[in-house]
Ligand binder design. Structure first.
Ligand code: AMP
Ligand code: GLY
Length: 435
């Protein structure tokens, strides 16, 4: 089969790597791809939002299946464009990708179908939002309705901050039309966990759990980023919690979308908060997580081509998704100063150390080829160094050891990725694992 991936980050690198292990994938392409993806795929210089050009390329090359990695093209309707051309594509149509594309939609869906989530109100007028805040309990959470590069969620501790937030989103329109409507919701406390799933419109298969570290600095301080590292599985996601989520969240979401005439086919990413009152949905994404994918796919036993095809064909009930009984940790190597001000274009050394390893992987997030075919930093998040281990503690030690194989001028990383696992119930050697 010829397979095309649309996207250019660490998530798409992990998808390309997993596809490269399938005997069914004869040739892999990636648009636009990056210097790491080029190891497994032929990179095609077409942007992820150029739907017509991508579809024309897929027709010309007789691509058998296209896999969409990113949220923007999904929410923008790339799947509908491919389907109209008779092309096979993995990902939700526009009317289902709205599950991620509109917070107002997803909150209303959860309310209508009784899926547990934070209590909320929706506003399309700044005056009404400001008036509501006067009597609302703090902290409180403001969310832009539309996609805002992952920055449209503001956690506000005081009334003054919340009012400022309404101004940022609705009056100054920092995220453009995404802030025309906002959701104001109850602040939830607990452990966060990311659960990815495959969906074929009716059936849902849950992948292993993961946890992301979104803040830039150690101890979860500093500005929010696209993700500084992940680990999988989450020891806080117990069998009991899994059972509750399957009953109250996962299948109910898939059924709700089908009932609304928006059957979802692709990946649903459930961002969950494990609260004292049980698991609640913080957000839905209509795609694989980044950098969650980098720790989830290396643990997956199945041939991913079979799973993608089952989602497209509506035969996911015949797939028994399986994961290794091991653990993975991904540490993001970033450019110092990310996510604010940082330099790029520095040569990266040591990538060859990973070649042939079945335990340590380096997924490229922001890299490009230099003039001499050397590899240069090309973004805030540069690489995701991922390692497997028989336990989370071992995977973490392996990942941090592998981060030392890589050097570039302004290399920055967090030193506490996966450290929270030391506090997990049943972690007997917690004290010894702390660094
Ligand atoms: P989102 O972009 O919706 O994933 O939100 C970004 C982050 O904001 C989440 O990963 C949570 O850490 C936090 N967050 C979102 N909603 C809430 C909430 N209702 N209560 C507490 N934290 C939240
Ligand atoms: N890691 C969070 C996301 O992919 O949205």
């Amino acid at each position: 089969m010829k397979i095309l991936i649309v996207g250019s980050g660490g998530r798409e690198h992990a998808i390309a790597w997993k596809l490269s292990r399938s005997p069914k994938a004869d040739k892999i392409y990636c648009a636009p791809g990056n210097a790491g993806i080029a190891q497994y795929a032929q990179c095609v210089p077409i942007g992820a939002m150029e739907f017509e050009r991508l579809a024309a390329f897929a027709k010309e090359e007789a691509i058998d299946l296209t896999v969409i990695g990113m949220d923007d093209p999904l929410v923008g309707g790339i799947v509908d464009v491919f389907e109209a051309e008779g092309l096979r594509v993995f990902g939700p149509r526009k009317n289902a990708a709205i599950l991620e594309g509109s917070k107002v939609f997803s909150k209303a869906l959860m309310k209508k179908y009784g899926i547990p989530t934070a209590r909320y109100e929706t506003f399309d007028s700044a005056q009404e939002a400001l008036a509501y805040l006067e009597t609302a309990p703090m902290p409180i959470v403001l969310k832009a309705d539309g996609l805002a590069l992952g920055k449209g969620v503001l956690i506000c501790n005081t009334l003054a901050q919340a009012k400022e937030g309404v101004k940022t989103l609705m009056m100054d329109k920092q995220f453009g039309g995404a802030g025309n409507r906002i959701v104001i919701e109850e602040f939830l406390t607990g452990r966060e966990v990311s659960v990815l799933s495959f969906v074929d419109g009716k059936t849902i298969r849950i992948m292993t759990s993961a946890q992301d570290h979104k803040r830039a600095w150690d101890n979860d301080e500093g500005p929010n980023t696209g993700g500084m590292g992940t680990f999988s599985p989450s020891p806080f996601y117990t069998e009991e919690i899994d059972r509750i989520c399957r009953e109250t969240i996962y299948q109910p979401t898939v059924d709700a979308m089908a009932k609304e005439g928006r059957p979802f086919q692709g990946v649903i990413f459930f961002g969950l908060m494990l609260t004292e009152d049980g698991p609640k949905v913080l957000e839905y994404n209509a795609r694989f997580g980044d950098p969650e994918t980098q720790v989830v796919l290396p643990r997956m036993k199945d041939d991913i081509v079979d799973v993608f095809e089952a989602c497209v064909d509506g035969t996911l009930d015949q797939i028994d998704l399986q994961f290794e009984d091991n653990a993975a940790v991904c540490v993001v190597l970033a450019s110092d100063g990310y996510p604010l001000h940082y330099e790029k274009g520095f040569p990266i050394h040591g990538l060859e150390t990973f070649l042939g390893s079945e335990e340590c992987f380096v997924f490229h997030a922001g890299t490009k080829f230099g003039a001499d075919h050397d590899i240069l930093t090309n973004g805030g998040r540069v690489l995701g160094v991922t390692a497997l281990g028989s336990s989370l503690k071992e995977a973490r030690a392996n990942a941090y050891r592998a981060t030392e194989w890589i050097s570039f001028e302004n290399k920055y990383m967090r030193h506490d990725i996966g450290k929270a696992i030391d506090d997990a119930p049943g972690t007997q050697d917690a004290a010894g694992a702390k660094d």
